[in-house]
Design a protein around this ligand. Structure first.
Ligand SMILES: *Cc1c(COP(=O)(O)O)cnc(C)c1O
Length: 364
C-alpha cells in the first residue's frame, strides 16, 4: 500500500532532534509565550522575507485574525476562490464580511485575475488569493487590481511554505500572509499551529496583542482579542522542522518532475518559469477520475480529492451566497491528488505511474 502522506518516515528522520526539543521545553516549564515561539517567529519571518511573523493557533485563526486586524467586517465584501479549503471562506464569514467567490485559472487552480477584476464592487475591501496545492497564485495582476481599487490583499499560504513567485516567497506580497502548520502541511507541527506574516509594524503589533486576549501588558487589554497563541512545544518542533523545509520541498519538486515525465495519459500540473511550486499536493486531471481513483485503490495506491465539493456548493454557503463558477464546477469532477511526500522512493513512484498509465491503456 502506498500511503498518501508518510509522517512516520519523516519522524524517523528527525526523531532524536524532536525528542530533545520537547525534552528541553518540558525541562524549562515554559509552555506559552516563551523563547521557542519568539525564536520560531524570528526565523520564520526571515525564511519568508518579511519583517514580522506572529505565531498563532492554526491557519484558520491566522486568516480570521488577519481580516479582523484590517478592520474588515460587516458590510464588506472579500473576494476569494471557492476552490479552496473551507477555512478560507469561514474566516471571511467569521469576520462578519460577505464572501464573493470568483473563478480560477484551470491551469494553476488559483484565482483568475480577470474574474477577480469582475468581482470588485464598491463594497469590496480585500482579496484573498490562495496558493493552492503549493502553486503560487498570479500575484502581479492581483496586486495591480488591489492597488487600482484600494483593496487589502491577505494571502492564504497554508499550502505553500517556501513557494516563490518572481523569486519572492508567497506570504510576503500582500498586506498579510497566513500560514498553517497542520501536521500534514509542507511545514507541519505535531498538532495545530499557524503564523501570520507582515511587513507592517503597526499591524504586527496589533496582531501580537490580539492573539493573546488583546493584551499589551499584564492586565491591560487594548483590543478585543482571542486565545490564539502558538505554544512552546509546537514552536520547538517547528524550529527543528524548519531546517528541513527546503530539502523536503526540493524532494517534492524532484518527485513532481519524475511524475511529469512518466505520466503520459493525464493532465499534470503546470509550473510557470517565474514560480516555484512546492507541491503540497500533486493534482492531476482526467475525465475518468472516479474510475481511475478506484483502479488505483485496487493497485494499493491511496489517492484523495482536493476538493470534491467547492465551498459555494457547501450547504452553509449555498443557502446564503450565490455564485456561478463554470471552471471550478467543471474541474472538481476531474481532479485527483496522487501520493506526494518527500519520502516516496523510486519504487513507489514507478508503481504509481505504472498504475495510472495502465489504466489509460485498458480504457482504450
Ligand atoms: C490547512 C488550510 C487552512 C487552515 O489551516 P488550519 O491550520 O487547519 O486551521 C486554510 N487554508 C488552506 C488553503 C488550507 O490548506
Amino acid at each position: 500500500m502506498i500511503d498518501f502522506v508518510d509522517l512516520q518516515a519523516e519522524f524517523e528522520q528527525i526523531d532524536d532532534e524532536v525528542q530533545e526539543a520537547i525534552r528541553s521545553v518540558l525541562a524549562s516549564q515554559r509552555f506559552v509565550q516563551g523563547p521557542e515561539c519568539s525564536r520560531f517567529e524570528r526565523r520564520f519571518a526571515a525564511y519568508v522575507g518579511t519583517d514580522h511573523a506572529i505565531g498563532v493557533n492554526s491557519g484558520s485563526d491566522a486568516l480570521r485574525i488577519a481580516l479582523g486586524s484590517l478592520d474588515i467586517g460587516v458590510g464588506d465584501e472579500v473576494i476569494l476562490p471557492s476552490h479552496t479549503f473551507v477555512a478560507t471562506a469561514n474566516a471571511v464569514v467569521h469576520a462578519g464580511a460577505d464572501p464573493v467567490f470568483v473563478d480560477i485559472d484551470p491551469a494553476t487552480y488559483c484565482l483568475d485575475p480577470d474574474a477577480v477584476r469582475d468581482g470588485v464592487t464598491d463594497r469590496t475591501t480585500a482579496i484573498i488569493p490562495v496558493h493552492l496545492y503549493g502553486q503560487p497564485a498570479d500575484m502581479q495582476p492581483i496586486l495591480d487590481i488591489a492597488s487600482d481599487n484600494d483593496l487589502f490583499v491577505v494571502e492564504d499560504a497554508a499550502q505553500a511554505h517556501g513557494a516563490t513567485y518572481d523569486e519572492k516567497s508567497v506570504g510576503s506580497f500582500g498586506d498579510i500572509g497566513c500560514f498553517s502548520f497542520y501536521p500534514s502541511k509542507n511545514l507541519g507541527a505535531y498538532g495545530d499551529a499557524g503564523a501570520i506574516v507582515t511587513e507592517n509594524d503597526n499591524l504586527a503589533a496589533r496582531i501580537a496583542k490580539v492573539r493573546n486576549q488583546g493584551e499589551s501588558k499584564k492586565y491591560y487589554h487594548d483590543h478585543l482579542g482571542y486565545n490564539s497563541r502558538l505554544d512552546e512545544l509546537q514552536a520547538a518542533i517547528l524550529n527543528v522542522k524548519l531546517d528541513y523545509l527546503d530539502t523536503w520541498n526540493s524532494r517534492r519538486r524532484e518527485i513532481a518532475s519524475v511524475y511529469e515525465d512518466l505520466l503520459t495519459s493525464v493532465t499534470t500540473p503546470v509550473q510557470h518559469h517565474d514560480t516555484r511550486h512546492v507541491y503540497h499536493l500533486y493534482v492531476i486531471r482526467t475525465n475518468k477520475r472516479d474510475e481511475l481513483k478506484s483502479h488505483l485503490a485496487d493497485q494499493g495506491v491511496h489517492t484523495l480529492i482536493h476538493y470534491p465539493i467547492p465551498v459555494h456548493e457547501q450547504r452553509y454557503y449555498k443557502e446564503r451566497y450565490s455564485a456561478r463558477l463554470p471552471t471550478t464546477e467543471r474541474i472538481v469532477d476531474k481532479i485527483l491528488s496522487l501520493p506526494m511526500h518527500p519520502f516516496l522512493d523510486r519504487h513507489d513512484i514507478a508503481q504509481i505511474t505504472r498504475s495510472v498509465n495502465d489504466f489509460a491503456q485498458t480504457r482504450e
